[in-house]
Design a protein around this ligand. Structure first.
Ligand SMILES: Nc1ncnc2c1ncn2[C@@H]1O[C@H](COP(=O)(O)OP(=O)(O)OP(=O)(O)O)[C@@H](O)[C@H]1O
Ligand SMILES: [Mg+2]
Length: 432
């Protein structure tokens, strides 16, 4: 299948910069300066896979072009440049296609390339209404048949299963909760995915307070209720919904209330949640106890935040060894946190021996300030560079780089790998 082309409605200097990066990735890109030019391009080429539109300049022309992307049986996703003010409000009200994405100025042309690649992988490899083949592994990047935001959940059930992402490092204070919350928020808000964030840290967990949720219902209290009433609720029913749209499930409000949380039962409840969410993100307590082991077994990908200092690197090496024993080594990816400080990122990779899927820079007090207001940094500081880092992590998970060597990789991954060799090679390069 030939590669898709990209229509770009950005001012000439920006077009040139973005075009250069897309050309490097092997994509053809066309500059489109007016609705008439967009109409002409779409009538002569049927391989336009993504359109980059500028919603900051000449909004009427942008709206007209956006309309054309959905005319005549077309359903071309748009990457829309929006003013930062508008970004937080996008996606509300059930409008818009899930496949559309948003970005703001200033942006880096390289980051746009990543996003376009991720969008094209979704467009080209997963037919919108495709049913999973019998026996084949479900793919979280598959868009639901009705991809409009706000479509009834029941319609989604049975059509796809979400992916379970664990965020774990046996060392404390390395950014597990920070990355869990902000990755969840990026996927939910910026990528229009349905996300369940689970606080599995029953000892020092602080997901709910960080998001301003005072006393959310917990899984352990819901199960105690169920034992009395005989009616068991689903994880989706028990979870609280944050103002960002993120669903939040806390396992227990106190370490003394965990006896009902039998590890296999918890793992099964979390597996069940994949029916209603695209991503289930588990923020873990730093230990290797039975609950964590039961959850590791179910993970599609385990992200290990590693800060560039010796104790944390040693902890990651220890986890790699444990993972080999548990036979989950090929699901591990490192996220270098506070990547612009301490030991060089390349040395972290070399010593830990696991490829890094993303680097998150140090952000001073930004995460603390966002948490003070009960928000993720994605909501509170949407244009900050560190949120750009988290968005890239989300893109890389969505684009399927996480499954390149994961246990659910199969024929479809091989197909994608063939077509996007450069992307996969870059993302999965082993560092010896
Ligand atoms: N990239 C970053 N830039 C600035 N501050 C950060 C960054 N990552 C984490 N922090 C801060 O470091 C502290 C510890 O982070 P966090 O609570 O996410 O770690 P953790 O691994 O979940 O800890 P625990 O093991 O106790 O659960 C927090 O105050 C958080 O705001
Ligand atoms: Mg934590």
């Amino acid at each position: 299948m030939p590669r898709s082309t990209v229509a770009i409605a950005l001012p000439a200097p920006e077009f040139n910069a973005v075009h250069e990066h897309l050309a490097e990735a092997g994509y053809e890109a066309f500059s489109v300066q007016s609705p008439a030019e967009m109409a002409a391009l779409l009538s002569t080429r049927n391989d336009v896979g993504v359109a980059i539109l500028d919603g900051e300049n000449d909004f009427d022309a942008t709206l007209e072009m956006y309309g054309m992307l959905h005319e005549a049986g077309r359903e071309i996703p748009a990457l829309l440049l929006m003013p930062p003010r508008a970004l937080g409000r996008m996606g509300l009200g059930g409008r818009g296609y899930v496949k559309d994405e948003y970005f703001t100025r200033p942006y880096s042309p390289e980051s746009l390339r990543w996003r376009v690649e991720a969008m094209l992988i979704r467009v080209e490899n997963v037919p919108a209404a495709a049913e999973p083949e019998a026996g084949s592994a479900p793919d979280a990047s598959e868009p639901p048949a009705d991809s409009r935001i706000g479509a009834p959940q029941a319609e989604m059930v049975g059509k796809k299963l979400g992916k379970i992402i664990i965020v774990f490092n046996p060392k404390g204070g390395v950014g597990k909760t920070t990355i869990s919350i902000n990755l969840g928020a990026s996927l939910q808000i910026n990528k229009k995915q349905r996300v369940l964030l689970v606080d599995c840290d029953t000892i020092t967990g602080h997901v709910a307070p960080s998001l301003g949720l005072e006393h959310p219902r917990t899984l352990s209290s819901a199960w105690r209720d169920a034992a009395k009433t005989g009616t068991e609720e689903t994880v989706g029913e028990i979870s609280a919904v944050h103002s960002s749209g993120l669903s939040i499930l806390v396992l227990a409000s106190s370490p003394l209330h965990t006896e009902i949380l039998e590890p296999k039962r918890v793992a099964n409840a979390i597996i069940g949640a994949r029916e209603n969410f695209d991503w289930v993100i588990l923020d873990m307590h730093p230990d290797y106890g039975p609950l964590n082991q039961a959850l590791f077994e179910q993970a599609d990908r385990i992200l290990i935040p590693v800060t560039p200092d010796v104790p944390c690197i040693r902890a990651a090496v220890q986890f790699r060894e444990v993972a080999i024993e548990l036979d989950i080594r090929n699901r591990l990816s490192v996220v270098i946190n506070r990547s612009n400080s301490g030991v060089a990122a390349a040395d972290v990779q070399r010593v830990v021996g696991i490829p890094d899927i993303a680097r998150v820079r140090s952000a001073g007090m930004l995460f603390v300030r966002a948490a003070d207001e009960g928000k993720s940094a994605v909501e509170r500081f949407p244009t900050s560079k560190v949120v750009g880092d988290i968005d890239l992590l989300a893109d890389r998970l969505i684009s399927g780089s996480d499954s390149a060597s994961g246990r659910r990789s199969g024929a479809s991954t091989e197909g994608i790998r063939g077509r996007f060799r450069g992307l996969f090679d870059r993302l999965t390069a082993q560092v010896s």
